[in-house]
Design a protein around this ligand. Structure first.
Ligand code: GN1
Ligand code: MG
Length: 368
């Protein structure tokens, strides 16, 4: 067990520590909220996170990316008259001046501001919230459009390289480290039947048919903080995977998570489907905010990206199940298999609705 007090002590004494608690957010890092009482009696809240170094093997470079990206965003936000303290994350260095602290057990920690008066969404109840999410991620992409892409470290190589994910999956099958391969034969067959889809985006990037951009790469709906006051997207968080990539990665992953009519780990597959209403709202918000900077191909492949990113995530969940749950946090033994099934059900539904999705993109494209 880590001694959180010791970790907190490595960061500046903002005031008296009056409380700290873990929050369950994300499948990778560990996050705590720390409350300080300041000298003037007011409370100030910070976010303390342990970066999962099994996943992020280059945590120092992750922090360099985060520092660079947040500095860039801060300047842009100031320029348009926004509030950089709330509209992007701020890293608070440790007492030794580094932007991280390595604990005795090797744990890699960092401190962020906690953006007050915000909420996050795990499951949508209306299309308007999703439209706002699209505007946030679209703006995020626009604000980073002139970021010097060559200065970004590729902190997880081949993160959205689906053929490389497919190969990892085949290795997992061969090794069958968990011995659970037999429990997942229909799901394995589902993946193997879709091998040829895997290379589409990567090959277009290689051929220059899609531009390389600075992308977020983990555009789950709950990686946006919404403003309590106006209910609009305020701050894009979870910047650890900001890397060079395709805009389609960000669009596709948003749809995978947000336009699913059920949770990412819903067991009842009859509840899992692609909401065309939510899809349309996201396309509208995204094209409204980022549309003018996108190429024809980037727009035309939006529906395909939803399918591919959902397939890819399912491949990763299933691979992790077969590897013995070594990557994603799980709450019960079959959790990764359940997540994979959900993704594959969604892929199937996207395949069934593909023409309608294309029609929606064309309709929205022609209206902007
Ligand atoms: C992980 O940490 P979190 O929950 O934001 C994963 C994403 C997956 C996602 C699936 C670094 O994101 O790639 O899409 O789970 N992050 C990493 O829910 O692998
Ligand atoms: Mg993440």
């Amino acid at each position: 067990m880590v001694d959180i007090k010791e970790i907190i002590a490595a960061f500046p004494d903002y005031g008296e520590v009056v409380g700290y608690k873990p929050i369950t957010a994300g499948h990778i890092n560990d996050t705590y909220v720390v409350d300080y009482k300041l000298e003037n009696g007011s409370l100030s809240r910070y976010l303390l996170q342990r970066i999962n170094t099994n996943v992020f093997k280059m945590p120092v470079e992750v922090m360099e990316n985060v520092m660079g990206v947040t500095a860039h965003l801060r300047k842009k936000i100031e320029a348009y008259g926004g509030d950089p303290e709330r509209e992007t994350l701020t890293v608070f260095p440790a007492k030794d001046g580094k932007n991280y602290h390595i604990a005795e057990d090797g744990g890699f920690w960092r401190m962020y501001n906690f953006v007050d008066n915000t909420f996050s969404i795990n499951e949508l109840t209306n299309a308007e919230d999703f439209r706002n999410a699209a505007i946030s991620f679209g703006n995020f992409q626009k604000l980073l459009a002139d970021y010097p892409i060559d200065t970004l470290y590729e902190t997880i190589p081949n993160f959205h390289n689906t053929p490389s994910r497919f190969n990892d999956f085949k290795v997992a099958l061969e090794q069958n480290l968990s011995g659970r391969k037999d429990q997942a034969q229909p799901e394995i067959d589902f993946v193997l039947a879709r091998e040829k889809d895997c290379g589409v985006i990567v090959e277009m990037l290689e051929k220059g048919e899609l531009p390389l951009r600075v992308t977020h790469n983990d555009t789950k709906l709950n990686n946006i903080l919404f403003d309590n006051e106006n209910k609009k997207g305020l701050c894009v968080v979870d910047l650890d995977t900001v890397m060079p990539g395709s805009s389609l990665y960000d669009f596709g992953d948003s749809i995978r998570f947000g336009a699913n009519t059920a949770a990412e780990d819903e067991k009842d597959l009859s509840k899992v489907s692609l909401s065309l209403e939510y899809f349309k709202a996201y396309v509208e918000g995204y094209l409204e905010s980022a549309g003018k900077s996108l190429t024809e191909n980037e727009i035309d492949y939006l529906p395909f990206s939803a399918k591919l990113l959902t397939l890819e995530c399912g491949i990763r969940f299933l691979g992790d199940f077969i590897n013995g749950d070594v990557y994603f946090k799980t709450e019960y033994p079959e959790h990764n298999l359940v997540r994979a099934r959900t993704q594959f059900k969604l892929v199937e539904d996207i395949e069934a609705k593909f023409d309608e999705m294309r029609a929606i993109v064309n309709e929205v494209k022609n209206s902007i």
